[in-house]
Design a protein around this ligand. Structure first.
Ligand code: PLP
Length: 408
């Protein structure tokens, strides 16, 4: 008998399973509303103009190799040196901020950043509990199960499905049970899966709670520039927490979505400490943890991002690329909202217009989600989350008609 026959059965990942089912669906009207990836007007992956300008697809490798300083050596253990500096500035802003208080290390994208944060905090901060939003990104709990298995997991109320908004009062009430040194996971902007973000006032209140309680925030920043459309605005909760002083926190940054470089796995973990003495201690510990797992990060994507962030013209083009994505998502949100209104589909849909980023909750039950797939070949997550990037001018009427059929 194999040593592994008694292994527990692992439930397949919902999103990736649906993607596989969508791919083999031969119905010509199929629609994928699952993706956490940007899709263009034809429902296809989109390579940003800034990326294409930098490295034409076919010649990509040759271009990189045309630079005699580029080779296939390891990056330094902490990552691409220039990108580390650029990332700090992108996240925290460069205006008069003492960025020496921030310890940063490159990671295997946002997932790796969350993982390293969990590994570092669970062993060096020793929290009793890690708090996640309810609802939230499903992988957060899995990451903490793996990298901080001794830390108790709890959820704080976040999304109120009835009014499609944040239940801030209940959130504050429940967080009173948090203890000094507990970790709280926060989505800096474009909350996944709800598309509903805290207001400036709520962030301020939360910062005070974290300070008074001694809660340690971990900001997940996977959509900077894809919420308000303004990269600084989308990271303003982070710079406000930093400017307040007296607060230490982490930022798990991802470059997947905001550069369309999902498969290149580029991310950063930043730890904002109270002073530079602490930072000097944190950096080697992060490096040691990372060394034991991956030695160093992939370099290819890091070079692409660094070159775009470091070149005024390409940077400007990147901002335009973000605007292209945001405008298309906005148009799709408007189209969906008006379609639902015209057909008088049951439900309150105003939030579709005000939600930020790629996602919105439809309120569909799991049975209704299954019916959408089986009757109409429209795929969404079992939670009822849709990604508006899956909508196009060609499929939006089909989606609205299907919602009318299911919801009445
Ligand atoms: N955080 C959130 C909230 C996400 O939605 C995602 C991706 O879906 C990630 C982190 C991680 O993405 P990646 O590992 O591709 O950077």
């Amino acid at each position: 008998m194999s040593s592994f026959s008694e292994l527990p059965t692992v439930k397949p990942d919902a999103a990736f399973t649906l993607l596989a089912a969508y791919k083999i669906d031969t119905n010509p009207n199929k629609v994928d509303l699952c993706p956490g990836f940007y899709r263009d007007e034809n429902g296809r992956p989109w390579i940003m103009s800034s990326v294409i300008q930098l490295i034409p697809r076919i010649q990509a490798k040759e271009r990189v190799h045309a630079d005699p300083n580029v080779n296939h050596e390891h990056l330094p253990l902490a990552g691409h040196t220039e990108l580390l500096r650029q990332s700090k500035e992108l996240v925290f802003g460069k205006e008069d901020r003492d960025l020496k208080r921030v310890a940063s290390i490159q990671t295997v994208s946002g997932t790796g950043a969350n993982h390293l944060a969990a590994l570092f905090l669970s062993t060096k901060l020793n929290p009793k509990t890690v708090w996640f939003p309810n609802l939230g990104w499903i992988n957060h709990t899995e990451i903490w199960k793996l990298a901080g298995s001794h830390v108790q997991q709890r959820f704080y109320p976040y999304f109120n499905a009835e009014n499609q908004n944040i239940d801030f009062d209940t959130m504050v009430e429940v967080l009173q049970e948090a203890q000094k040194g507990d970790v709280i996971v926060l989505h800096a902007c474009a909350h996944n899966p709800t598309g509903v973000d805290l207001s400036k006032e709520q962030w301020d209140n939360l910062a005070t709670i974290c300070k008074n309680t001694g809660l340690f925030p971990v900001f997940d920043l996977a959509y900077q520039g894809l919420a308000s459309g303004d990269v600084r605005q989308d990271a303003s909760a982070i710079s406000d927490f930093f400017d307040r002083g007296g607060l230490e926190f982490a930022v798990a940054q991802s470059y997947s979505k905001i550069f369309g470089l999902y498969g290149e796995r580029i991310g950063m973990l930043h730890i904002a400490a109270l002073d530079v003495t602490a930072t000097a201690k944190i950096t080697p510990v992060l490096t040691q943890l990372s060394r034991a797992e991956i030695t160093s990060c992939p370099s290819y994507g890091a070079r692409i991002v660094s070159q775009i962030l470091g070149d005024l013209k390409l940077y400007d083009q990147w901002l335009k690329d973000l605007a292209t994505m945001n405008n298309r998502m906005k148009t799709m949100r408007e189209g969906l909202y008006h379609g639902l209104l015209v057909r008088k589909v049951q439900g309150s849909w105003k939030h579709i217009l005000t939600d930020t980023g790629m996602f919105s909750m439809t309120g569909l039950s799991t049975t209704q989600v299954t019916a959408m797939k089986e009757k109409h070949h429209i795929y969404l997550l079992p939670s009822g989350r849709i990604s508006v990037t899956g909508l196009t001018t060609r499929n939006i009427d089909h989606v609205v008609a299907a919602l009318e059929d299911i919801l009445g």
